[in-house]
Design a protein around this ligand. Structure first.
Ligand SMILES: [Zn+2]
Length: 318
């Protein structure tokens, strides 16, 4: 069984259940929802929840909508999601996604606290993050950074494309958070430095830089989104174990440039510090007085910044 240890959150806070695998945990109720051409079996564990079950269904549907807009369809044709309700807690935590479990291409286990509010579900990023994990082949541990980097970078972009967040919100978050992925002293490149910062935000830096560079080299006609759609449409989903270089080659083929492979060869075993402040300036993302960011429409790469969060036309969806 391909066990997707790759997408496990690190450190994993919520998992107190060490008896047996998560997909064998008890189920109190089950329903199947349709989303983006996929059937999602949504199972609820026994346990208390203040909200009506419909609120959980709507939360999952929103996340599925975001990844469907980004990828053009839901990445896998079936997924099983087990929501475990945790007494006394509030909020969403401890999400993990595996490939190829019990005939399901993807299985996600996620925790929802008893006192979780609708506001928390609407603000939640983790369900979308887990679904993005279904849209890339499972990788060996040394390439864990690409799995977490993609999920970290794509999740907010997909939610803007779906109309759930504003572009200003996610560019502000990127300006605040992205430097956590900078190489620290002793760094040996993304394949050889397995810290939290390099895995999640170093991986996200790789994705952002790739997106911008693909767009620069193609006159803004192609982006990372085109590469990722091609990988999914070639069968490169979580229940497969392609080598990373195969996935990057399929992505490059779709964009007509070799940004993904070139960038991987440059960053895999060498620390590469990206000048993020220069990148924000070029993209036209500037600090606003009183917090947040404002956009400079006259910036050199302003059209690329806009293209990243623009939903593709429906006709482009596959
Ligand atoms: Zn993850």
């Amino acid at each position: 069984m391909p066990f997707h240890a790759g997408a496990q959150h690190w450190p994993d806070h919520g998992d107190r259940h060490h008896w047996g695998p998560p997909w064998r945990q008890p189920v109190a109720s089950s329903r199947t929802i349709e989303a983006g051409g996929a059937r999602i079996q949504l199972d609820f564990s026994p346990g208390p929840l203040d909200l009506p079950p419909a609120a959980i269904v709507q939360w999952v549907q929103r996340a599925a909508r975001a990844v469907t807009v980004y990828y053009g369809h839901f990445p896998v044709d079936r997924e099983r999601i087990l929501v475990q309700f945790v007494p006394g807690q509030a909020g969403v935590f401890g999400g993990t996604t595996w490939g190829g479990v019990d005939g399901f291409p993807a299985f996600t286990r996620i925790h929802v606290g008893q006192h979780t509010t609708v506001k928390q579900l609407v603000a939640d990023w983790m369900m979308t993050h887990e679904m993005v994990h279904t849209a890339f082949p499972s990788q060996v541990d040394s390439h864990h950074w690409i799995e977490e980097g993609l999920a970290t970078y794509i999740e907010p972009v997909a939610r803007v494309q779906a109309g759930f967040l504003t572009a200003a919100k996610i560019w502000g978050d990127m300006v605040r958070d992205m430097s956590q992925g900078d190489p620290q002293p002793g760094d040996e490149g993304l394949d050889r430095t397995h810290t939290w910062g390099r895995t999640y935000w170093g991986g996200a830096q790789f994705c952002l830089l790739a997106d911008v560079t693909i767009r620069k080299q193609t006159g803004n006609r192609k982006g990372l989104q085109d590469a990722l759609r091609a990988i999914v449409n070639s069968g490169g989903t979580i229940n497969t174990n392609w080598p990373l270089t195969k996935a990057l080659a399929v992505g490059d083929e779709a964009t007509g440039v070799t940004v993904l492979m070139d960038q991987y060869n440059r960053m895999k075993d060498t620390p590469v510090k990206i000048d993020l402040n220069a990148l924000w300036r070029e993209l036209g993302v500037e600090h606003a007085d009183g917090g947040g960011v404002i956009f400079n429409a006259a910036a050199r790469l302003a059209s690329i910044r806009r293209a990243i969060t623009r939903a593709p036309k429906a006709a482009d969806r596959q």
